[in-house]
Design a protein around this ligand. Structure first.
Ligand code: NAP
Length: 249
């Protein structure tokens, strides 16, 4: 299909930025969503445009409904068909055991990592579903190996939020399977991005990766390739899947 629109939340850095750049083509307008880092988002857009693609940076906080409205109001006034959503924006806080977790922290993790994903899925389905006159589409939710492993003494709140995303992916894939929409998730393991510094340990990947069967951390492009495949027609019979990209663990 020509002239389509793809939304990637949290695409200014890390896995989202790599996915935006890899997905870019003259036929798709990539919405590069970010929270605060406008310069990084603009750099992603510039790189896409320099390579002949089309992209726009858009600030919006996916942890609240107003932010979701900003995103989809913007998409609605564009020329093109919205067919691809990557729910990627995620957050976590400093490594901690449960004894020190506040309600405020837990709720912030859940509103960003769970409510934000739900609401973007809701708006995507309204626009993509063939039952509402749409052309179908594909959704990829970025979950985590933490959903399986639990992240004890680090961030079980974050791990639990990703468990919720796996269930969202399973349930929604079944709800919209006959409406032209495929819904899948990826579960990255230890990937080199800034998120580990946010958790208080910038070198976390190097500390833990020797314990992995593959003995190394992952690169953002290794996740972006999988996301782009799941979004593509090459994955046309794939829905409700959780693709583990975690070096064998
Ligand atoms: P990252 O490098 O820290 O980048 C996070 C991105 O999300 C940034 O673009 C940030 O925008 C954006 N963001 C954060 N909160 C947001 C909000 N409320 N609204 C809109 N955008 C927001 O993270 P990453 O490692 O690439 O992680 C991407 C996804 O992969 C997350 O869902 C994460 O849980 C998942 N994941 C990562 C790993 C890993 O090892 N890295 C492993 C498993 C799963 P700003 O630049 O404006 O701050």
């Amino acid at each position: 299909m020509n002239n389509t629109i793809a939304l990637i939340t949290g695409a200014s850095r890390g896995i989202g930025a790599a996915t935006a750049k890899m997905l870019a083509s003259p036929n798709v307008l990539i919405i590069v969503n970010y929270l605060t880092n406008q310069q990084a988002a603009n750099n992603v857009v510039d790189e896409i445009v320099a390579r002949g693609g089309r992209a726009s940076a858009l600030q919006a906080d996916v942890s609240n409904e107003h932010g979701i409205k900003v995103l989809f109001d913007y998409i609605d006034q564009l020329d093109g068909t919205f067919t691809q959503l990557v729910n990627n924006a995620g957050t976590l806080f400093t490594q901690s055991s449960i004894e020190n977790m506040t309600a405020e922290r837990i709720n912030k993790v859940l509103t960003t990592n769970v409510t934000g994903y739900f609401l973007c899925c809701r708006e995507a389905v309204k626009r993509m579903s063939t039952k509402h006159g749409g052309n179908g589409g594909a959704i990829v939710n970025v979950s985590s190996a933490a959903a399986r492993l639990g992240a004890p003494h680090e961030y079980i709140d974050y791990a639990a939020s990703k468990g919720a995303i796996d269930t969202l992916t399973t349930g929604l894939s079944l709800e919209v399977a006959d409406a032209g929409i495929r819904v899948n998730s990826v579960r990255p393991g230890l990937i080199y991005t800034d998120i580990h510094a946010q958790g208080g340990e910038p070198n976390r990947v190097d500390r833990l990766s020797p314990n992995l069967p593959m003995k190394r951390g992952g690169q953002v492009d290794e996740i972006a390739h999988a996301i782009c495949w799941l979004l593509s027609e090459k994955a046309s019979y794939c829905t409700g899947s959780h693709l583990d990209l975690a070096g064998g663990r």
